[in-house]
Ligand binder design. Structure first.
Ligand code: ZN
Length: 198
């Protein structure tokens, strides 16, 4: 009986430095290619298919797609902050609560949560942009949060709540509106209520 099989071999390609999101710092990496070999009696004879590649962090051993080498943490953070900023601005406009008080609170909230210093002019630009584009808020919320995970969606609700609270007690109608938008982005009414009541 002839014993055929396949076996994966990790081939070390190169080393370098990259930003590891898990370590949250620059780290050395090792780049491996995984090549699958056709084997005869457990001995690799020739490679099969194109195989795959991965990056291993020398700090935490987490493995990543090679795309991680193009990851820019500063740009990614700016994009994340921009997402929450635009959603909150549209929400405040839609509700008729886009005031200097709520917008100031939005800046404070974003600064604290993301450890950044949001430029007030950026928020002012968002207001102008949202006023001229006047997107449908439900569609906007649905598409712009499509890649948020559950925690991200709950964080958005916390930010909206915090902006409104800057004006005092949140009236029932506004609370109801947050619950509705929560449903639009895939949160349960119970989850949103829990945040509002916290
Ligand atoms: Zn790491």
């Amino acid at each position: 009986m002839i014993i055929y099989g396949t076996k994966g071999k990790n081939v070390h390609i190169e080393d370098g430095e990259f930003f590891c999101p898990r370590c949250n710092t620059e780290q050395e990496y090792r780049h491996f290619a995984v090549k699958n070999y056709f084997t005869l009696y457990f001995i690799p004879i020739f490679p099969i298919g194109s195989g795959s590649n991965y990056i291993e962090c020398c700090g935490c051993s987490q493995t990543w797609s090679p795309d991680i080498l193009h990851f820019d943490p500063v740009a990614a953070m700016e994009k994340a902050v921009e997402n929450y900023r635009r959603l909150a601005v549209l929400f405040l406009l839609d509700l008729g609560h886009c005031t200097s008080t709520t917008l100031n609170e939005l800046k404070q909230a974003l600064d604290e949560i993301f450890d950044v210093d949001v430029d007030k002019s950026e928020i002012a630009n968002d207001v102008t942009l949202a006023q001229s584009a006047a997107p449908d808020i439900k569609k906007f919320f649905k598409t712009e949060t499509a890649e948020f995970d559950g925690d991200g969606k709950q964080l958005l609700v916390q930010i909206l709540k915090r902006c409104l609270e800057a004006e005092g007690y949140i009236p029932d109608l506004e609370q109801q509106r947050i619950v509705e938008l929560g449903k639009v982005i895939g949160l349960k009414a119970k989850q949103v209520r829990a945040i509002l009541d916290a």
